[in-house]
Ligand binder design. Structure first.
Ligand SMILES: Cc1cc2nc3c(=O)[nH]c(=O)nc-3n(C[C@H](O)[C@H](O)[C@H](O)COP(=O)(O)OP(=O)(O)OC[C@H]3O[C@@H](n4cnc5c(N)ncnc54)[C@H](O)[C@@H]3O)c2cc1C
Length: 345
């Protein structure tokens, strides 16, 4: 079939982003009989949870005292199964056109076209790309000795690990990898961390116990051959250069947000985030909603539980937008037989 002949896929809602919030939106929209297609640049669901920290425990999901990023994703996938969402992975939304009837035609870079009454942007930080530290020649070690995320902790077992950075990711991984590392050194520019105070305190306790080395300074050079790191040079605040033997380096300098074409959809943006109201999570374009890490409003917390709440309220608003004359009866899943029928329980 010629590229232009691809049939248009009709659906109620297109969700851009299959991170935890996009996934939970399928559930809330499904309870209101809205069918969803999800588009994601990645090759699997879960967003940051699956891509950046699949094995890291999360402690602040209500009713789950501890759950890993991957397990949370798996549970969400199980929860939304009754609503039969359709996933379009490895796809970027390339264009959005509003039709005369108010619906949207969404095109992907694989030349698919989807027609939807509503678009939900759940694109997190956009297509997230780690910031590369300014160390000459670092590219030669990437994906062999230098990693910007931890896909499988086991692969780091027994290594001399250097973690670089002072934010949550650097501190989280220091705490999580220390028990399996042969040695672990945390390098940060100054003795002032941007991470949760609890994580900083735990890291400092490990330093006192001699289980983690904390070194203040900046990485200036990498040594090794064939992609295999053997040591790094660190310049301290006094200008002194020291060498640290290591086989793995994990720099956590934050993520660059690449919003991609979303920036061209005519929606008002505030520094790459989408301002929304906190009643409907509507953007400046009617029929386009934004939930999860991608949105901004006074008091916003980039937490999974906040995104879940946003998905619930957004779904009510989306339903009213699509079917303004339909009365929405508020119901509990635990007592409504009609909701239970939808869930197949
Ligand atoms: C190391 C680390 C630890 C964390 N720990 C916790 C914690 O303990 N508790 C907590 O509540 N939160 C935690 N967070 C934050 C949490 O992961 C985020 O709040 C959450 O992932 C946001 O979900 P989301 O669905 O909005 O976005 P994301 O998880 O970022 O998912 C967005 C998805 O959209 C896709 N996408 C983006 N742009 C496009 C596009 N143009 N076209 C198609 N697809 C696109 C991306 O590929 C991605 O899959 C942590 C984050 C990190 C990095």
């Amino acid at each position: 079939m010629a590229e232009t002949d691809q049939p248009i896929i009709d659906t109620d809602v297109v969700i851009v982003g299959a991170g935890p919030i996009g996934l939970f939106a399928v559930f809330e929209l499904g309870l209101l009989d809205l069918k969803c297609h999800l588009i994601d640049i990645l090759d699997r669901p879960g967003g940051q949870c699956a891509e950046l920290y699949p094995e890291k425990p999360i402690y602040d999901i209500p009713a789950w005292p501890i759950i890993s990023g991957q397990e949370l994703t798996d549970r969400l996938m199980e929860q939304i199964k009754p609503f039969d969402p359709v996933f379009h992975f490895n796809r970027m939304v390339s264009a959005v056109e509003r039709q005369d009837d108010g619906s949207f035609v969404i095109s992907t870079d694989e030349n698919e076209k989807l027609r939807a009454k509503v678009i939900v942007i759940a694109a997190g930080g956009g297509s997230f790309q780690p910031k590369r530290p300014p160390v000459p020649g670092i590219e030669a070690f990437e994906d062999t000795s230098v990693f910007y995320s931890v896909r499988r902790m086991e692969e780091l077992r027994g290594h001399d690990i250097v973690i670089v950075g002072g934010g949550d990711s650097a501190l989280d991984w220091t705490l999580n990898l220390q028990p399996i590392a042969k040695s672990l050194t945390l390098i940060h520019r100054r003795d002032n961390f941007r991470a949760l105070p609890d994580s900083v305190n735990k890291m400092k306790a490990l330093v006192e116990e001699g289980k983690v080395t904390l070194q203040l300074g900046q990485v200036t050079e990498l040594q090794g051959a064939g992609g295999q790191l053997t040591s790094i040079s660190v310049k301290g605040s006094d200008g002194e250069i020291s060498q640290i033997g290591c086989s793995r380096m994990l720099p956590f300098f934050g993520l660059t947000m690449k919003l991609g074409p979303i920036a061209d959809w005519g929606i008002n943006l505030d520094e790459n985030l989408i301002p929304v109201d906190t009643e409907k999570f509507a953007t400046s374009e009617s029929g386009i909603f934004a939930i999860g890490d991608i949105n901004t409003y006074p008091g916003k917390l980039k937490l999974i539980l906040s995104g879940f709440h946003e998905a619930a309220l957004m779904s009510q608003a989306a339903k009213k937008y699509i079917a303004p004359d339909e009365r929405i009866v508020f119901q509990y899943t635990t007592s409504s037989t009609s909701l239970q029928k939808k869930l197949g329980v």
